[in-house]
Write a protein that binds this ligand. Structure first.
Ligand code: GCU
Length: 341
């Protein structure tokens, strides 16, 4: 009998504790019920700087809206390749994304200006441009289009890598099948350098190198390392032929649904997350270089004389892509001069 009473007592205590937990959980739930649950697309892996930037953005927005906006970050391209994500953003199928300007310029051609080969002398030059009036003008030039720009993200400089041989001169580029982003400018750049451009999505590059469909690709250090491309393409040439900035975007249809107060918070959090990403970027670039060198990759520094040849080979592209924007190209160059003074 005593035993039964004991069991009954324990049973009641368990039921009571469970009920309390439920009440607490549902109270917590009520307090934190978000008004908006929004999706964010990112095609890099979890520990990549841009992904970490996305998580920072999510955290800041949640905090500052008192939990009223929850952003669900989808990494590693699970919401689709960049082109598909841009299309989805245009009608609100995806709410937020961080994308490379390269595929975006197929939708907003003026953005090609900001990623012309050899446009910036270095990282500081690019940031002086993007953080200054030129960058602001580009942000404003989206007007009331279906994409609303939020902030610039860093993606360093892009260089060539391949599975066949070190690239030490323009001659070595001849006939190389090089994967490019899905962008006319990227294709023209590779062609001007004497190689054969093969456009394909980022996620397909590893197996394309592995199976010999292409000889190589071009990207920044963190992408070269985090995707494992360095395992199948061990020759890396630091030629830094272009810097392709990245951008955080929100779909216009999502934006228009949000109260002004939330829009203001989102804009501010996006800019703060971008500064956070910029800091992470610099460290990750160094780490990725170290990791790939340790893994046995052969790194070639393109001699200055050759770099000049590369630059001359792509110079005609400025006529094709920028003849209506000579003033902006000059302003970008002048910003570089101011910077080096
Ligand atoms: C970089 C960039 C990606 C892009 C990729 C590519 O890694 O961060 O957003 O998809 O280049 O070459 O496609």
């Amino acid at each position: 009998m005593k035993k039964n009473i004991l069991y009954l007592g324990v049973g009641l205590a368990v039921v009571f504790a469970a009920a309390c937990t439920r009440v607490r959980k549902s109270n917590e739930g009520q307090e934190a019920v978000p008004e908006f649950v929004l999706t964010y697309a990112e095609n890099q892996a979890e520990d990549y700087p841009t992904t970490q930037g996305a998580y920072k953005f999510k955290e800041l927005v949640y905090e500052r809206t008192g939990g009223k906006i929850e952003i669900q970050v989808n990494t590693s391209g699970i919401l689709g390749d960049e082109r598909t994500v841009i299309e989805q953003l245009q009608f609100g199928g995806v709410d937020f994304a961080r994308v490379s300007l390269s595929p975006l310029a197929e939708f907003v051609p003026k953005l090609n200006i900001l990623q012309m080969p050899y446009l910036y002398t270095n990282r500081e030059h690019m940031w002086k441009v993007l953080d200054g009036p030129i960058g602001d003008d580009f942000m404003n030039s989206f007007g009331d289009s279906s994409l609303v720009p939020l902030s610039w993200y860093d993606a360093g400089a892009r260089s060539f890598y391949n599975s066949s041989r070190p690239i030490e001169s323009l001659k070595d580029m001849e006939g190389m099948k090089i994967r490019v982003q899905e962008s006319a400018l990227a294709m023209d750049t590779i062609e001007a350098l004497g190689a054969v451009p093969v456009p394909m999505t980022y996620g397909d590059v590893y197996s394309a190198i592995q199976t010999g469909k292409i000889n190589g690709a071009e990207n920044n250090w963190p992408s070269y390392e985090s995707t494992g491309h360095h395992e199948v393409a061990r020759y890396f040439t630091r030629d830094e032929h272009t810097r392709v900035p990245e951008i955080q975007l929100v779909s216009r249809s999502t934006w228009d649904k949000l109260p002004a107060e939330y829009r203001q918070i989102i804009g501010q959090c996006a800019r703060e997350s971008a500064l956070y990403e910029r800091d992470l970027w610099a460290d990750r670039e160094q780490l990725s270089e170290e990791r790939t060198r340790k893994a046995g990759c052969v790194v070639t520094e393109l001699p200055l004389k050759e770099k000049t040849r590369f630059r001359e080979a792509v110079a005609p592209l400025y006529k094709k892509y920028c003849s209506d924007y000579e003033d902006i190209i000059k302003a970008i160059a002048d910003t570089g001069k101011e910077h080096s003074q």
